[in-house]
Write a protein that binds this ligand. Sequence first.
Ligand code: NDP
Length: 291
Amino acid sequence: MIDGYTRTCGLIGNPVEHTLSPMIHNTLAALLSHNLVYVPFHVEKDNIFSALKGAYALNLLGLNVTVPYKSQIMEGLVSVDELAEKIGAVNTLVRTEGGYKGYNTDMPGLYRAMRGEGIEIEGQEVVILGAGGAARAAAFMCALQNASAVYLLNRSYDKALAVAKEVKEKTGKEYIYPMSLSQYEKLPDRKFLAIQATSVGLYPDTERAVIEEEAFYRKIHTGYDLIYKPSETCFMKLVRKQGGEAYHGLKMLLYQGIIAYELWNNISVPEKMAVQVYEILKKKMGVMDER
Ligand code: NDP
């Protein structure tokens, strides 16, 4: 029950109306008997810093930040965690003395989700499709977790080049190779782990994949799509058709939320509770099949 002691967390972004985050955090609060509520806040671009100031003044415990403010918000924070600083994006704000501190839980969320599926990053050759915010987080994850090579394929080659350069500079890893999408044929003649980090195939445009040629999918042993709506994307179907394992991004969403909740409450969420929340998310998204 909401009373005078209830702590508030929330999400700022635009749009926020379809978010699943309240389901994650309010379920966790109920399971843990925490007196905490989580609310989405639709914030217009010009109001982002006044919203931040207002949130602090209203004693909000923490915030998630979503598209399109993950980089812009950093200017308004008192400090930024080292990993988030490297990635250049924050999605979680934690209340501290004098203001909010920014963290990035997307990257560790993706890592925890992939490890949970038994996918190794260390020593792997990885193909990342995309060079936007999510692809950047994936590229940093691969570099920091010691993948043996990362091929960054993007429609706009310049963006792939810029991300690869930045990841190399900030991690000291040399093996990040930018390519345009059409150059996939030049990938070495081996099988790769592929992380699909473009927005192609996202609901409602579900019949498309960023690369549709079967020849590409013959090079993939495991495909991880960051998209979770639909729960079987066209990319995943193409991976499976060539005999590969394929996963959607709902567990990444789950774990970025769980890590944020852990930061706000200074706790560690038991894995069995993560599974309970995941079951609720799956039900909401109509996910039946977990191959
Ligand atoms: P951005 O807008 O930052 O990046 C979009 C990327 O998609 C760019 O690389 C862009 O290429 C590429 N792209 C878009 N349209 C096309 C097209 N028609 N053909 C080829 N490439 C295209 O988005 P984000 O990085 O924030 O998000 C990417 C995806 O990841 C989204 O679908 C999002 O839902 C998902 N995501 C999932 C999360 C989760 O928790 N599971 C968390 C975050 C994101 P170009 O540079 O050439 O424009």
